[in-house]
Design a protein around this ligand. Structure first.
Ligand SMILES: *[C@@H]1O[C@H](CO)[C@@H](O)[C@H](O)[C@H]1NC(C)=O
Ligand SMILES: *[C@@H]1O[C@H](CO)[C@@H](O)[C@H](O)[C@H]1NC(C)=O
Length: 444
C-alpha cells in the first residue's frame, strides 16, 4: 500500500512553522517601508488600507465611534480632515451645548453651490470595531453610512484635483442624528443656500433609488379599569380593546402605489395588564407603518379602523409620506427602498438623488460590512452624478408616466414605461415587463 506523504507534511507544518522563525514577517516588511523608498505597488500590496486615500479615510471614520448623540469626536476629526484638504469648513451646532454639530464644507468662499453632496456621520449602536477580511470591510458604519461619506469626499477631492469642478459647483454636508430624529438635517435647513441638486448618500447597492416609502409611527393606547378577574363585569379590559384595535389595523387595506408597492405595518411592541388574575387596566402597542401610498389617506384608514373602539392613537414625531426621487441619469440600475432617510428633512425645490455603496440588508446588523470594490465603484458613481448634475448630458426621463396603453387590451405596468438602459434590458428578459425591484426594510 502506497501512503502519500502529503497528509503527513500537512500535519507537521504547523509545528515546523512555529519552530523556525522566518527572516521576514509582515511587520518587519512594514517597518522597513518607513526608511526605504520602495515602489508604490509593493507598498500597496503590503498595506492596501493606509496607502489608499479612500480606504484609509473610511477606516479613520469607522475607528471613531459615533453612535447618535455622540458624534462630536468624529465631527472634529472630519472637520480637521476637510480643512487639511483645503476646504472651507463651517460647523453648525445641532445641540444646545454645541457638542453635536453638522459639517458644511465647500471650495473657496462661495457656499451657495449648485450641487450639495450629503450623508450622515452618526451610526446605530452598538459600536463594532473595524476589521478587514479579504474583499470586505466590517465594522459599525462601514456601510451605513461611513462608506457613503468616504466615497463622496474622495469623489469631490478627485474632481477638484482634475480641475473638473471649481468654487460654486459643489459643497459637502455631513449631518448628525440621521438614525433617530433627523435633527441634524432638520437644522441644516437653517444653513441658508438653496441647492439645485442634492445627492444623498445611503446604502443603495450603488443603484439609483427611484423612491422610498414614508413612515407613520404611533402608539395605540387603551385605558381600562382593574378588577378581580373572577368578576370581569366590574372592570374594563384594556387588553381586549387593544387586541381588537390591532386586529382591525392588521386587516385594514392601506393605500399602495405603483412606484413603491404595498404599505407594510409592523406592530413592534405590545405591553398590557398586570397579572393573569387582574382585568387589565392599561395596554399599549407601538406600531410603524411604511407608507407606500398617499400619507393623508393612510392616516385616515388607520383612524377609521379603530374609530369605534375606546383606544387612542398617538402619533410619534416621525411622520412623512413616500419620497419620490430623481433617477434621470443613464447607466445606473434602479432600486426601490423601504427604509427612511434624511431626504424629507431637507426642504427645498432641489433635485434629489439617493445613491451609495453597501446594502441596507446588512446595515444595522452585527455583520455590517461593505465590499472594497463597492467603495471604489461608489467614488466613480458619485463623480458621475455630480458631473451630470452640473452639466447634464445623458438625461433620461425621470417621470414615470401613469399612462395605461390600451393597445390589444394589454395593460402595461407602470414600471415598464421607465426608460433607463438597465431597465430596458431586464424588460427584454422578462416578457411580462415587470422591472425587478429590490425592496428592503432596514433603518428608520
Ligand atoms: C486652496 O484653496 C484656495 C481657494 O479655493 C485656492 O486658491 C488654493 O490654490 C488652494 N490651495 C491648494 C494647495 O490647493
Ligand atoms: C456661487 O455659485 C453659484 C452656483 O454656481 C453661482 O450661481 C453664484 O453666482 C456664485 N456666487 C458668487 C458670489 O460667486
Amino acid at each position: 500500500m502506497k501512503v502519500s506523504s502529503t497528509p503527513l507534511a500537512f500535519l507537521l507544518f504547523p509545528l515546523a512553522s512555529s519552530a523556525f522563525k522566518l527572516p521576514f514577517t509582515l511587520e518587519t516588511i512594514k517597518t522597513r517601508f518607513e526608511s526605504i523608498e520602495l515602489p508604490q505597488f509593493i507598498k500597496k500590496y503590503a498595506d492596501p488600507i493606509s496607502t489608499s486615500p479612500l480606504l484609509s479615510l473610511h477606516k479613520s471614520l469607522i475607528d471613531i465611534p459615533s453612535i447618535t448623540g455622540n458624534e462630536r469626536e468624529v465631527g472634529q476629526w472630519l472637520s480637521n480632515y476637510l480643512i487639511s484638504k483645503n476646504f472651507t469648513v463651517e460647523t453648525q451646532s445641532v445641540s444646545e451645548d454645541g457638542e453635536r454639530f453638522n459639517i458644511f464644507a465647500y471650495i473657496g468662499q462661495n457656499r451657495t453651490t449648485h450641487t450639495l453632496v450629503t450623508s450622515h456621520i452618526d451610526t446605530v449602536p452598538p459600536y463594532i470595531p473595524y476589521r478587514v477580511s479579504s474583499g470586505s470591510i466590517y465594522g459599525r458604519g462601514s456601510n451605513d453610512a461611513k462608506s457613503s461619506v468616504a466615497a463622496q469626499i474622495i469623489a469631490v477631492e478627485e474632481l477638484i484635483a482634475s480641475s473638473t469642478i471649481h468654487e460654486g459647483d459643489v459643497s459637502l454636508l455631513f449631518v448628525v442624528g440621521e438614525e433617530t430624529t433627523g435633527d441634524g438635517m432638520k437644522a441644516a435647513n437653517e444653513l441658508g443656500p438653496a441647492w439645485k441638486t442634492v445627492i444623498f448618500g445611503e446604502p443603495t447597492e450603488n443603484k439609483l433609488a427611484v423612491g422610498h416609502k414614508g413612515i407613520i409611527m404611533f402608539d395605540i393606547i387603551a385605558e381600562g379599569r382593574a378588577s378581580h378577574s373572577g368578576y370581569p363585569e366590574l372592570g374594563v379590559n384594556a387588553n381586549s380593546h387593544l387586541i381588537r384595535a390591532l386586529y382591525n389595523l392588521e386587516n385594514a387595506k392601506l393605500p399602495s402605489s405603483n412606484l413603491l408597492g404595498e404599505s407594510t405595518m409592523n406592530v413592534g411592541k405590545i405591553e398590557g395588564g398586570v397579572a393573569a388574575n387582574v382585568i387589565s387596566p392599561h395596554a399599549i402597542a407601538s406600531v410603524l407603518v411604511r407608507v407606500a401610498g398617499d400619507l393623508d389617506e393612510t392616516l385616515a384608514v388607520i383612524q377609521k379602523s379603530v374609530q369605534n373602539l375606546p383606544v387612542e392613537i398617538k402619533l410619534l414625531g416621525v411622520t412623512y409620506g413616500p419620497q419620490v426621487l430623481d433617477y434621470d441619469v443613464e447607466g445606473f440600475q434602479s432600486i426601490v427602498c423601504s427604509y427612511g432617510t434624511d431626504v424629507p428633512n431637507l426642504h427645498g425645490e432641489h433635485k434629489k438623488y439617493l445613491y451609495g455603496p453597501g446594502s441596507i440588508l446588512t446595515a444595522h446588523s452585527d455583520n455590517e460590512y461593505v465590499l472594497k470594490s463597492d467603495l471604489f465603484e461608489a467614488v466613480a458613481g458619485y463623480k458621475k452624478l455630480i458631473k451630470e448634475s452640473l452639466w447634464p448630458t445623458k438625461r433620461v426621463p425621470s417621470i414615470i408616466e401613469k399612462t395605461v396603453l390600451v393597445e390589444e387590451e394589454v395593460v402595461i405596468p407602470v414600471e415598464a414605461v421607465s426608460s433607463s438602459a438597465s431597465i430596458k434590458e431586464t424588460e427584454a428578459a422578462k416578457p411580462e415587463g415587470v422591472e425587478p425591484k429590490t425592496s428592503v426594510d432596514g433603518e428608520l
